[in-house]
Design a protein around this ligand. Structure first.
Ligand SMILES: *[C@@H]1O[C@H](CO)[C@@H](O)[C@H](O)[C@H]1NC(C)=O
Ligand SMILES: *[C@@H]1O[C@H](CO)[C@@H](O)[C@H](O)[C@H]1NC(C)=O
Ligand SMILES: *[C@@H]1O[C@H](CO)[C@@H](O)[C@H](O)[C@H]1NC(C)=O
Ligand SMILES: *[C@@H]1O[C@H](CO)[C@@H](O)[C@H](O)[C@H]1NC(C)=O
Length: 291
């Protein structure tokens, strides 16, 4: 058995060795202010720094030139809670990359070059609370199931992108959503927009800039108007657009109604006729018995 003091010295020695190992683990041009934070923000990096400690929880990579992240990135760094990739050169996210991120709470992919958010991009990222996807000037497509499984997501940024439309189901599948930014997109207020419009009217308290902060272009002349200038009535003609099946239903129900009307009048006519004959016969009987 070591005396108490020696044990203490050993402990101090071991922990300083450990700390210096962690120090060595910090990527060359980055800062590691605490054992779980790696800050490589604004270092002119054209690729991911190396080596990143495996137990990193906060990884700051904003304001660099990073063009992509490998699809097993979050398998490797499974403790990541906070990932900031804002203002890089990401043009696509490999399918499955983010679907294993069960601990990730904050993800910033804003100010990049993303063009679309395909279905299932975020898989089962159930811890994700804030997702920033704004200021991607070529981002024109968000698939219907893009955010499926993000049950904790409270804040979603899709502002300053190239979206002309958005399936309302995309927002409908986020049960915890409190704040959504959609302004600064080239929205088109055609019939496809009518459902989203109805959702926005109902959820206007979730828009930081309100309804008046969002604009869309009119299908007739392309003029841009604030959503606050429109009402559900503006989309009235969208509701009368019938499909072929609707027409068939209308035509056949018309025919059915006419046939029913003909049958009813026929039935009424014959009833009246029978009644007249019956009362006539009765009258003759009465006259005969009177005589
Ligand atoms: C990360 O580093 C940058 C540049 O050195 C600095 O401006 C920023 O405050 C740091 N962020 C954190 C969270 O440490
Ligand atoms: C983006 O990062 C570059 C450096 O990579 C920097 O010069 C520029 O100011 C940043 N842009 C924004 C909007 O932060
Ligand atoms: C974004 O992508 C386009 C092509 O899709 C490319 O021409 C452009 O240089 C990219 N911009 C940045 C900042 O990487
Ligand atoms: C409306 O949405 C459908 C399906 O997403 C698409 O095929 C069609 O082109 C859109 N119409 C307009 C006018 O954008």
């Amino acid at each position: 058995m070591l005396p108490c003091v020696q044990r203490l010295q050993l402990f101090v020695l071991l922990s300083s060795v450990l700390r210096s190992c962690q120090g060595q683990n910090c990527p060359a041009s980055c800062q590691c202010p605490d054992p779980h934070t790696v800050n490589c923000s604004g270092r002119g990096l054209a690729r991911l720094p190396d080596p990143i400690p495996l137990d990193v929880r906060r990884l700051l990579l904003s304001h660099n030139w990073i063009p992509g992240i490998p699809s097993d990135f979050l398998v490797l760094y499974s403790d990541l809670v906070y990932l900031d990739l804002r203002n890089n050169s990401l043009s696509r996210i490999e399918p499955g990359t983010l679907s294993t991120s069960s601990r990730l709470v904050f993800l910033d992919l804003g100010c990049n070059n993303l063009t679309e958010i395909p279905s299932g991009t975020f898989g089962e990222s159930r811890s994700l609370i804030k997702l920033r996807l704004g200021s991607n000037p070529s981002l024109s497509m968000v698939s219907k199931d893009a955010f499926l499984g993000l049950t904790s997501l409270r804040e979603l940024e899709l502002d300053q992108n190239a979206l002309s439309g958005l399936d309302v189901g995309v927002l409908g599948q986020l049960p915890s959503l409190r704040v959504v930014r959609l302004e600064g997109n080239p929205w088109e207020c055609n019939c496809n927009f009518s459902k989203l419009f109805a959702w926005l009217m109902e959820n206007r308290h979730k828009l930081p800039t309100g309804i008046q902060g969002m604009e869309c272009s009119l299908p007739v002349d392309g003029r841009r108007v604030a959503l606050s200038q429109l009402s559900e009535d503006s989309f009235r003609e969208c509701q009368v657009t019938l499909t072929l099946t609707d027409y068939f239903i209308v035509i056949f129900s018309g025919i059915a109604v006419s046939v029913a009307a003909i049958l009813t009048s026929f039935f009424l006519a014959s009833t009246v006729h029978c009644f007249q004959r019956w009362s006539k016969a009765n009258k003759t009987d009465e006259e005969e018995s009177d005589a």
